[in-house]
Write a protein that binds this ligand. Structure first.
Ligand SMILES: Nc1nc2c(ncn2[C@@H]2O[C@H](COP(=O)(O)OP(=O)(O)OP(=O)(O)O)[C@@H](O)[C@H]2O)c(=O)[nH]1
Ligand SMILES: [Mg+2]
Length: 381
């Protein structure tokens, strides 16, 4: 009966024009980019991580620029969409479509799953073999490159880089452990972390040392890096909202009620069943109705607290309902309304030259000024 009464529910097709901060760029992120630049010449692969629930917002044009403008001439790129366990199937189908049109490589995975990460290691080993064949020809035995195969794990904050590094290291080293077990007897299995992880943006603050993850052909190594935010030139209000849903910007940057309202907006465009247990089965465009339902269900006293609770539950994935939501509206649009290729080209143009701002002739930069510049907000972005 409810369904009948409310079957003509109309969701909002545009989100209100709230004023929001448009960037969360930090000094340590700029230092990380400078480090990428130093490392790129010796890298074989850029493993770029994006959150599969927000594939457009967590795509950082800075990595496009590093790759397209041949700063890393020898390196290839593999895009990994993380948190696939929380992503709707329709979004994954969209990713397949977009990337097949672009002709580039991508993979979706749950960074915590040893099974999926084992597959990734196989792909990395295969890629390494291909490079060895190209540069050294058909070599006998296990000969590899002098520095081994080097990978940079990069992406926006909180997309799961350090989690992936830990699982890669665990899976890679357990292969070796199994081998040594059979020769030397039993070795205790403990899942030790090499990289710190956490539910907020900005857990990793500096690029790690080289971490060995597999023994294939003399070794596969990787670097864990701090998440790099979007430059102000390419951010939009919608991206900031979507990023705050994924936890890729500081939780306090956008007001929790606005975040909850955005979540309601995207849910209404996908599946209203995801929240109607809070509203007696009735879909709504009014966020305060949801928050009142959350307050009743949890005993939280104020709307702000209820909003934080609700958003957080969806950020981690709702265990109660097992429903999945995409945070980027672009994944819901048809081909006439959105072109992934156009977006990639447009953002590269918008970014323009940014990394090499040449000093004026005769101008000297003191150590102090350099440090201040590096800890400053957005530089020229
Ligand atoms: N459900 C799910 N959670 C994940 C996945 N990958 C990472 N997480 C969780 O996401 C959060 C962030 O993971 P981190 O590995 O710290 O992310 P990061 O990219 O290293 O973050 P920064 O160091 O801040 O840039 C943690 O709570 C992880 O447990 C995944 O594939 N699925
Ligand atoms: Mg990290």
């Amino acid at each position: 009966m409810f369904r009948r009464c409310y079957s003509n529910f109309v969701p909002r097709y545009a989100f209100p024009d709230y004023r929001l901060p448009l960037t969360d760029f930090k000094g340590h992120q700029m230092r990380a980019i400078q480090r990428f630049k130093q490392l790129l010449p010796q890298l074989n692969l850029l493993l770029e991580l994006r959150d599969s629930r927000a594939p457009i917002s967590t795509r950082n044009v800075i990595f496009d620029d590093l790759m397209v403008n041949k700063r890393g001439e020898n390196s290839q790129r593999l895009v990994l969409y993380t948190k696939s366990d929380l992503c709707p199937k329709e979004t994954i189908d969209k990713l397949k479509l977009w990337h097949s049109r672009m002709g580039d490589e991508f993979m979706t995975l749950d960074c915590r799953s040893t099974k999926e990460v084992r597959n990734l290691i196989r792909i990395l080993e295969w890629k390494y073999d291909e490079i060895v064949k190209q540069s050294l020809g058909d070599v006998a035995g296990n000969e590899g490159l002098p520095l081994g195969y080097r990978i940079l794990v990069a992406g926006m904050p909180n997309v799961g880089k350090s989690t992936l590094v830990n699982t890669l290291r665990f899976v890679g080293s357990s292969k070796t452990r199994n081998l040594s077990e059979s020769i030397h007897g039993s070795v205790s299995h403990r899942r030790r972390k090499v990289a710190k992880t956490g539910g907020q943006a900005g857990v990793t603050r500096a690029t790690s040392e080289c971490i060995r993850i597999a023994d294939h052909r003399g070794g596969i190594y990787l670097y864990d890096t701090p998440g790099v935010s979007l430059p102000g030139r390419v951010t939009t209000r919608e991206k900031m909202l979507s990023l705050s849903q994924c936890g890729c910007v500081k939780g306090t940057l956008v007001d929790p009620i606005i975040q909850a309202d955005y979540l309601l907006y995207v849910m209404n465009l996908q599946d209203t069943d995801a929240y109607t247990h809070y509203t007696k089965g009735v879909p709504t465009n009014n966020v305060y109705k949801i928050l009142s339902g959350v307050r009743k269900a949890t005993g939280i006293k104020d709307d702000n607290g209820a909003a934080i609770h609700w958003i957080d539950k969806w950020r981690q994935g709702s265990r109660e309902t097992k429903q999945k939501t995409s945070f980027d509206v672009e994944t819901l649009l048809d081909d006439q309304s959105f072109s992934y290729r156009n977006l990639v080209e447009r953002e590269l143009k918008q970014l323009g030259p940014w990394l090499h701002v040449a000093p004026k002739p005769g101008q000297k930069t003191s150590k102090q000024a350099l440090r201040a510049k590096n800890s400053n907000q957005l530089f020229d972005l």
